[in-house]
Design a protein around this ligand. Structure first.
Ligand SMILES: [Zn+2]
Length: 376
């Protein structure tokens, strides 16, 4: 399928080439998953789990309570024994220095797309330290491609197996839980805008700075610390707890899918993503489509510009169409029920652009790549 747009400003019509063939769709969350925190990176999402839903989510997640939240029915949530609660919180405090050291080691791993091995190995060591046997879960496109959550791979999965560990209690009583986090990080961006190098984590004013420290290596270490604190407090989970360290959350989501399908399904999943500092839990999440758009023009010398079609101007017209689409998708009547009241959940991001040959020639080709979230 090719779509044709008219562009008076660019002096002709042009086609979007290659768009449908390279669509990458990602369904980040399966039913039953809970994602904590801000959700999608860079957006100003406030909260999209209505408070009324939280007790049910918390119960599903096997959690007693979250400060500031009240269950509608006091019997709705199983309260945590106050003594056990104190013991767990004391254990968390005692583990603070070790947790920071653990996070520092993980942030030192430059785990951008394709380079996740060091972070995955670090996670395997961390799981071993919990007394669990880490398992490697390969991401095999042929085994996943029939699943609606699958996205076309960007690069090879060789040497990038996801790492998981499973805790099994002697006697299974409660509901099972998966704690999941991604080890991949986005590129570092402009080096001169970092106060300290991205993979040399530094602590300033009680915050750790480093690429991936917030998104979401701190989340991973938080769940590891929670697990360690339980043990230290003389407690243990009453049901199976799976821990998943996965790749490609920042693009395809295939790592999470591979890990999820390789292990028995648990009653709930918690993904401790970074958040805006609110006690919020999210029950739905936007997906992502990546698209690469190539715009072809017609070459001409600048003095005879009217004879050509300027691919760069044409690309900006296409960009405007995508922005119109974005505005349309964010209208109240088009927003998914889980996102009502959320400021601008669908965002079209024009991420990269390249094209043009010479300042005085009408450019004949320009490519740009964009990402846009999809509603569940
Ligand atoms: Zn993240």
């Amino acid at each position: 399928m090719q779509r044709r747009f008219q562009s008076r400003r660019a002096g002709g019509d042009f086609e979007i080439l290659a768009l449908p063939a390279t669509l990458q769709e990602e369904s980040r969350l399966m039913p039953g998953m809970i994602r904590m925190g801000e959700g999608f990176h860079g957006q100003r999402l406030t909260s999209f789990a209505p408070a009324a839903k939280l007790p049910r989510l918390l119960r599903l997640a096997g959690m007693g309570s979250v400060p500031g939240l009240k269950a509608k029915d006091p019997g709705d949530m199983q309260a945590l024994d106050p003594g056990a609660r104190r013991a767990i919180l004391a254990a968390v405090d005692e583990l603070r220095a070790e947790s920071v050291a653990m996070l520092t080691r993980l942030v030192r791993c430059p785990s951008t797309l394709g380079n996740e091995a060091s972070a995955l190995n670090e996670m395997a060591r961390i799981y071993e330290g919990l007394g669990l046997a880490p398992q490697r879960i390969p991401t095999v496109p042929a085994a996943l491609e029939g699943h609606p959550g699958f996205s076309p791979p960007l690069i090879s999965y060789e040497g990038r197996d996801n790492v998981v560990a499973v805790f099994t209690p002697r006697e299974k009583k409660g509901r099972s839980l998966t704690l999941q986090g991604h080890v991949d990080v986005v590129p570092e961006g402009a080096a001169d805008m970092w106060e300290t190098p991205p993979y040399e984590p530094a602590i300033r004013d009680g915050r750790m700075y480093g690429r991936g420290a917030g998104d979401m290596k701190a989340g991973i270490i938080s769940y590891v610390t929670a697990f360690r604190a339980l043990k230290r407090a003389g407690l243990q989970p009453a049901a199976e707890v799976q821990m998943h360290s996965v790749i490609e959350e920042e693009c395809t989501g295939n790592g999470a899918l591979a890990a999820m399908l390789a292990l028995p399904r648990t009653d709930a999943v918690i993904i401790p993503e970074p958040g805006p500092g609110l006690p919020a839990m999210y029950s739905a999440e936007v997906g992502v489509i990546w698209a690469w758009v190539t715009v072809s023009g017609r070459p001409a010398h600048v003095r005879d510009m009217q004879a050509g079609v300027n691919a760069i101007e044409a690309a900006s017209t296409i960009a405007a169409h995508f922005k119109e689409y974005e505005a349309q998708m964010n209208r109240a009547e088009n927003i998914h029920a889980s996102f009502h009241g959320v400021n601008h959940p669908v965002n079209v991001n024009l991420g990269t652009i390249e094209g043009g040959e010479w300042n005085s020639s009408v450019p004949i080709e320009v490519s740009n790549a964009l990402g846009r979230p999809t509603l569940p």
